[in-house]
Design a protein around this ligand. Structure first.
Ligand SMILES: [Fe+2]
Length: 658
């Protein structure tokens, strides 16, 4: 157990009022047991207090009653612990620290509280509260809540990871969630699901600035380029406020309330420069934000568990209820073991890019520069190998940018094609080849690592692909012909929605598909525009016009026609994905919602499958590490459902964004 520092010790003692030191230690440092402050003590979370009346002129973005005005969240579950989060918001701080009580129960009515404790919210952590709740049971749904100033937060629901065999694991996947680009109906649909184990966010959770083509909504309809909630942040306070703006959306707030999340950052989350697309009263010298500010705000506002300083990928495990302060806030890559069925990895393909100015160790590569850096590359490859050697069925990597080759000509039918997000891994093709080569067996153990799934965002389009390096694309294989997806998207105009392929894979390791080391699943963006918008700009037509959709179809056809590895591409619709894993197969679902319409319905646009074991004796041969249309394997086109269902956490006050 890490030593208790003096500051934390004094805080613990202060939280406990007149309690003797031994009791202070056992109360806050030992077993996260409840402490009992004196009646009327301002440090007692049950004692009313705080500046909680929203007088006119109070302008901080929020959605629920003060002080728990941004709801609750949880994340990074392990078999015996999970991070729970909230924030104390007052109109002005009434004190330099607020004592917050937290409680975890197995039932939503808190009839059976299994863990509880105290933590103090302070300005230095932007009044956020984060507890690594320990001593939990695996594969179990829990409910949690907080108390301060005599008020209670809404109840959150979370779930620990399994450590033994389970029938299935279901995850939602999303990326690129710009508040201004979409009404986020997809987040409401995620919140409404009762059978998810985890929500993965692939990065661009927040945005530094508004895309000038995508002004779907603004806080209080103030689409004013001078407005603090409608332009790039200038300093740490504005960066923190951006997270508050995001959490003032009822759907995002509820999606955090109902499920644990696993979040990685991308360029927009950690953008330290000032760079609006819209004209503002500020120029690019006005910003005063550092990389450490951006990563600091990430750890403050997301329910993520920080890492140990030395870069081993090991979590910083806090067993005594203290706030988990990152030892090095720039370290992001980490792993969540989900029992014998799944290991979840999160990687960082952003902070190593030259723009952030950090040194890169490329000494593990025979040629080329590293995107991951040597320490992360070795951690990822060795952890994936160890996972495979331990017999874990699936490995799922939460990655930012599309990793499979997806090259398209600069111009298609005179339309400049979107390069958004396509270049990152191709700029680091040597490292991609080294990673894929390792998984194929080019490692010290000479062992192949099978059943790898990489989920990605960034390019704002729906991609499904085999994982193949550029050189393998030269292999001898005639891929199935591109055919239109028989489904319609979230709007009637988007039909047929994208292109898939006829036919299935190959067992021959010398052919393109046989060389695949896994599959990529990129379920578009939670709102940011794709080819639809770029085409619309090129043609000067509306993004939701027939001309824009036809242009996008031409780009999709060029992409699937030019890249044998790509099995599905759709670049108009937006939403999220579902990954449903069991011992036999992984199903991947693309779910779309019209981003221009509030409360838009959830539309299943495509289902793909990857098999956990090869079987060429079945009527339709099955292949590992290759992605196929579900229908090509005779699977019914129907939404998967989880095998269990947990009671939702109640919402005892109507969300009211303000
Ligand atoms: Fe993005």
């Amino acid at each position: 157990m890490p030593p208790i520092d003096r500051r934390d010790f004094l805080k613990a003692a202060a939280a406990l009022g007149t309690a003797p030191l031994s009791q202070a230690l056992s109360g806050c440092a030992g077993g996260q047991s409840p402490a009992t402050p004196q009646d009327g003590d301002p440090d007692d979370p049950a004692t009313p207090g705080g500046n909680l009346s929203e007088a006119p002129g109070f302008d901080f973005p929020l959605v629920l009653d003060l002080p728990f005005a941004h709801g609750v969240a949880s994340g990074d579950p392990l078999r015996d612990r999970v991070i729970i989060w909230t924030r104390i918001t007052e109109t002005t701080p009434s004190s330099d620290r607020v004592t917050v009580r937290w409680e975890v129960s197995t039932t939503p009515d808190f009839a059976s509280i299994v863990r509880s404790g105290l933590q103090q919210a302070i300005a230095d952590r932007d009044w956020t509260v984060k507890v690594d709740v320990t001593g939990l049971q695996p594969a179990t749904t829990y409910y949690y809540r907080f108390q301060a100033f005599g008020r209670r937060s809404i109840v959150g629901r979370t779930r620990t990871a399994p450590d033994a065999a389970v029938d299935s694991i279901r995850l939602a996947v999303l990326a690129c969630s710009s508040y201004w680009s979409s009404h986020w109906s997809g987040l409401a649909h995620i919140a409404d699901r009762d059978d998810l184990d985890l929500v993965l966010h692939c990065g661009d959770y927040i945005y530094d600035f508004v895309d000038e083509d995508e002004t779907v909504r603004a806080r209080r309809d103030r689409a004013d380029t001078a407005d603090i909630d409608y332009r790039d942040w200038l300093d740490l306070a504005e960066l923190r406020r951006r997270y508050a703006l995001w959490r003032s959306d009822p759907s995002l707030m509820r999606a955090h309330q109902q499920h644990p999340w696993f979040i990685v950052w991308d360029n927009h989350d950690i953008d330290e420069g000032y760079g609006n697309e819209l004209p503002t009263p500020f120029d690019d010298q006005s910003g005063n934000t550092t990389l450490l500010d951006t990563t600091r705000a990430f750890w403050e506002w997301t329910p993520s568990r920080p890492l140990r300083r030395h870069g081993s990928g090991e979590f910083l495990l806090i067993d005594d209820g203290r706030y988990p302060e990152p030892e090095d806030p720039r370290l992001l890559w980490r792993r969540l073991p989900y029992g014998p069925l799944l290991d979840v990895f999160g990687i960082d393909t952003q902070i190593g890019l030259p723009g952030h100015g950090l040194p890169t160790d490329s000494s593990h590569l025979a040629e080329g520069t590293s995107l991951l850096g040597r320490a992360q590359f070795e951690w990822l490859t060795q952890s994936m190998l160890a996972s495979s050697q331990a017999g874990v069925t699936w490995r799922l990597v939460n990655n930012q940018a599309w990793i499979a080759p997806a090259d398209i000509p600069d111009l298609v039918d005179g339309i400049a094609t979107p390069k958004l997000g396509l270049s990152r891994w191709s700029d680091y093709a040597h490292e991609r080849a080294a990673l894929f080569g390792f998984l194929r067996g080019d490692n010290a153990s000479a062992q192949r690592v099978r059943n790898n799934v990489i989920v990605s965002g960034d390019a704002h389009g729906n991609l499904g692909s085999d994982l193949i390096e550029d050189s393998a694309l030269l292999g001898d294989y005639l891929p199935g012909l591109p055919v239109p997806n028989p489904r319609t998207g979230s709007t009637a105009i988007n039909t047929p929605a994208g292109y898939g392929r006829l036919g299935t894979g190959s067992l021959d390791a010398l052919t393109t598909r046989g060389a695949s080391v896994g599959v990529e699943f990129a379920p578009s963006s939670m709102g940011r525009g794709g080819a639809d918008e770029l085409v619309a700009n090129a043609l000067s037509v509306a993004p939701d016009s027939a001309a824009a959709v036809l242009g996008a179809r031409a780009i999709e056809l060029a992409l699937i026609g030019g890249n044998k590895n790509v099995q599905f591409i759709e670049w108009v619709d937006h939403g999220y994905g579902i990954v449903d894993l069991n011992a036999e197969r992984a199903i991947f679902e693309y779910w779309w919602q019209d981003k221009l319409t509030p409360d838009a319905p959830d539309v299943l646009g495509r289902q793909m499958v990857s098999w956990a074991a090869a079987d060429d004796s079945s009527l339709i041969a099955r292949f590992q590490d290759q992605l196929d249309d579900g229908a090509a394997h005779g699977l019914p086109f129907a939404a998967t459902r989880g095998t269990r269902s947990a009671n939702p956490a109640p919402l005892d006050q109507p969300p009211r964004p303000r």
